[in-house]
Ligand binder design. Structure first.
Ligand code: SF4
Length: 394
């Protein structure tokens, strides 16, 4: 069948497919409040639906309107986002909420071109908000939609190429239903079809789990190239880094340090850490014995703690188990060292911390949820949590 025919019939076929096979009843579906649509769209980027199902209601309950979010302290937003990863999304949510309140009187614009100007809203997210909340004829083009369109139209070029992306945007635009009222269901259907039927590795036309409504028109299917589209691009290997983190403990508290806003995990609370050192190959340095660990701990604190601080001579350091955290473009090997401070050492710490009070906090180990923490650091603290494990530290 001809591409022109596919263009003509696509939206009707897809909407019909959605009626019986699409996802229904997700808490953000059928909602036309742009704030709720926007929050769900940002959460769904890089996070699985099952996780968003759990976290979205919490987020909306904590920040029920754009004004609540704009007025919130960024630390509270990051704490609520904790565990979802890609924290720039949370910082952008907060910044965008402020823009909506300050520049648009608290009302989301309905024009996708204006939405796209806001912090953290790309062209596809702008399209989704405009379609769901305002029934605008605006296309979306996330990774799933790119794959579906590339297969349907037999596009064999790498999707990352600018010319290909432009072609896909044009197709996404041409395929839109003529009736604006259909935009919410059409957009949801397109998302669902890419996420559940025309998937990257197990599209239904290959697994034979069901009959795809586009089998007669899909170019990838007719040319037997379904799994070859989209073209695979070999990713460069991720470089490996290592760093040391210090768990400075006093009774049931741990010392946390605020990370710089522009760094990885920007604005979150974390453990004091040494500079990340790039590894030659994937092997982290050999594990050190505990007598060397004190030198690691000295590396994780700012210079103003002083190399000859009395605490460093008196306290016992334990080495924790080194573990790995995989980012999208790098792999970090984290070596924790644990130091339990006595009263004198704690006093010495507190004096030293006076010179940078904003950047450090003693956090209770049984109240870590109050802090936005990077996921691997949170896991480390929870795994180690002496309160939860019933170990008393004095
Ligand atoms: S026929 Fe296969 S590749 Fe084509 S749209 Fe359907 S599921 Fe996707």
């Amino acid at each position: 069948m001809h591409s022109a025919k596919l263009r003509q019939q696509f939206s009707d076929q897809l909407i019909r497919w959605h009626a019986t096979e699409g996802r229904h009843g997700l808490p953000w579906q059928g909602v036309c409040d742009p704030y709720a649509v926007w929050v769900s769209e940002i959460m769904l980027q890089q996070t699985q639906v099952a996780t968003v199902l759990e976290r979205y209601p919490r987020m909306i309950q904590r920040f029920p309107t754009v004004k609540h979010l704009a007025d919130a302290d960024i630390d509270d937003v990051l704490a609520e986002w904790s565990g979802l990863g890609y924290y720039s999304r949370a910082r952008n949510l907060h910044a965008c909420a402020k823009q909506i309140v300050n520049e648009f009187g608290g009302q989301f614009p309905s024009d996708p071109a204006l939405l796209e100007q806001l912090s953290g809203i790309g062209k596809s997210t702008a399209g989704a908000i405009a379609a769901f909340a305002f029934q605008q004829r605006a296309p979306i083009l996330d990774a799933n939609v790119k794959r579906v369109l590339a297969r349907l139209f037999g596009i064999t070029e790498a999707l990352q190429e600018k010319a290909t992306t432009n072609r896909l945007w044009n197709l996404a635009d041409e395929l839109l239903p003529q009736t604006p009222k259909q935009m919410p269901v059409y957009t949801q259907a397109l998302m669902d079809f890419g996420a559940t039927w025309c998937t990257a590795k197990t599209p239904v036309c290959i697994t034979k789990k069901a009959i795809c409504p586009f089998e007669g028109t899909c170019k990838a299917k007719s040319s037997d190239q379904v799994l070859a589209i989209p073209k695979k691009v070999t990713k460069p290997k991720s470089p490996h880094f290592q760093c040391h983190v210090g768990l400075f403990l006093y009774q049931n508290q741990v010392l946390l340090q605020k990370r710089p806003a522009k760094a990885i995990w920007g604005g979150l609370w974390s453990l004091p850490e040494s500079a990340w050192e790039e590894l030659d190959g994937i092997k982290a340095s050999p594990v050190l014995d505990s007598s060397s660990a004190i030198h690691l701990l000295l590396k994780v604190l700012p210079d103003w703690f002083g190399e000859n601080a009395a605490w460093s001579m008196q306290c016992t350091v334990q080495l924790g188990t080194r573990f790995k955290h995989v980012f999208s473009h790098r792999i970090l090997h984290i070596q924790p060292s644990v130091l339990e401070l006595d009263q004198n050492a704690k006093r010495e710490f507190d004096e030293a911390l006076q010179s940078d009070k904003e950047s450090f906090v003693w956090a209770r180990l049984d109240a870590l949820d109050l802090y936005g923490l990077p996921q691997p650091i949170k896991r480390l603290l929870l795994d180690w949590n002496p309160v939860r494990d019933g170990v008393v530290i004095n």
